[in-house]
Design a protein around this ligand. Structure first.
Ligand SMILES: C[S@@+](CC[C@H](N)C(=O)[O-])C[C@H]1O[C@@H](n2cnc3c(N)ncnc32)[C@H](O)[C@@H]1O
Length: 259
């Protein structure tokens, strides 16, 4: 399939057969599993995935690529959802969904936040992303990479970086190193925010000005006494708090608002 790569759609196509095999092996697809790929592009991953699955679904935005995919695969084998993955309702595809993709780097963070909303319907997700983004996803509290992305995703998923992929594995080659990351939804019963929107607002406020103390950044949500009742020092900065701390703040704030 011949196609001129489009920068605005973050198109870097995988071209190294060994890397493609390694990624597909790490996904370990099995016939009968429900799988959707975000951004199949020229089918570098789709093809070997289909060999093992028999059929699957894809979400692709580029009309030229969609036309090529339609020429190549029958609709019984490949269901193509034409459009923007950022607006796509992954919940409509059914439960126990496996989501994979070499994600377009220009929308990697918004797409991860979008996908987090479907955690309940997902079995697992395996993505290629810039290494720098993956390091932020899996970062521990206290590190400079720990931020809003780490807290919001670690709340929903157990995550692990599987391996790195060098720029030379793609055409055209990106400027940065990439990594493969696996996300598996974690049960939230043991650690559940009573209000997900409030959690999102609190985390956004805390990391919005990450050099300021929690006393300042969270003043619209909780006061110093409230923080200290949770065993949290209000003189700390956002990056010191664990996911459990953010949930405790959210639930204390929720309880106070409900009272
Ligand atoms: C990095 S390329 C990966 C292509 C292919 N999977 C590969 O590994 O060679 C990203 C793919 O996502 C598609 N894409 C970009 N933005 C998208 C969006 N908002 N929704 C769906 N697909 C998108 C691009 O057209 C492209 O096919």
């Amino acid at each position: 399939m011949i196609h001129q790569a489009r920068k605005r759609f973050g198109q870097n196509f995988l071209s190294d057969p060994n890397i493609i095999r390694k990624i597909v092996d790490s996904i370990a697809p099995q016939a009968g599993q429900r799988m959707v790929e975000i951004g199949p592009g020229l089918a570098a991953m789709t093809d070997p995935l289909l060999e093992r699955l028999g059929k699957m679904e894809v979400v692709e935005i580029d009309r030229d690529l969609i036309a090529l995919l339609k020429e190549r695969y029958s609709p019984d084998v490949l269901t193509i959802h034409e459009g923007d993955a950022l607006k796509f309702d992954f919940g409509a595809l059914g439960p126990d969904l496996r989501i994979v993709g070499n994600l377009p780097y220009n929308i990697s963070t918004p797409i991860l936040f979008h996908l987090a909303d479907f955690a309940d319907q997902v079995r697992d997700m395996t993505f290629m992303l810039q290494k720098e983004v993956v390091m932020r996803m899996v970062a521990d509290p206290g590190s400079s990479e720990y931020g809003r992305l780490s807290v919001m995703l670690q709340y929903r998923f157990r995550m692990g970086r599987l391996f790195d992929v060098p720029p030379g594995a793609f055409r055209p080659a990106p400027k940065v190193m990439s990594s493969i990351v696996r996300l598996v939804p974690r049960p939230t019963e043991s650690l559940e925010a009573k209000d997900d929107t409030l959690l999102r607002k609190i985390v956004t406020a805390a990391f919005g000005q990450r050099r300021k103390t929690l006393r300042n950044t969270l003043r619209d949500f909780i006061d110093e006494a409230g923080l200290s009742a949770l065993g949290i020092d209000s003189g700390q900065r956002a990056e010191r708090l664990s996911v459990a701390d953010y949930i405790a703040i959210t639930n204390a704030c929720h309880a106070k608002r409900a009272a």
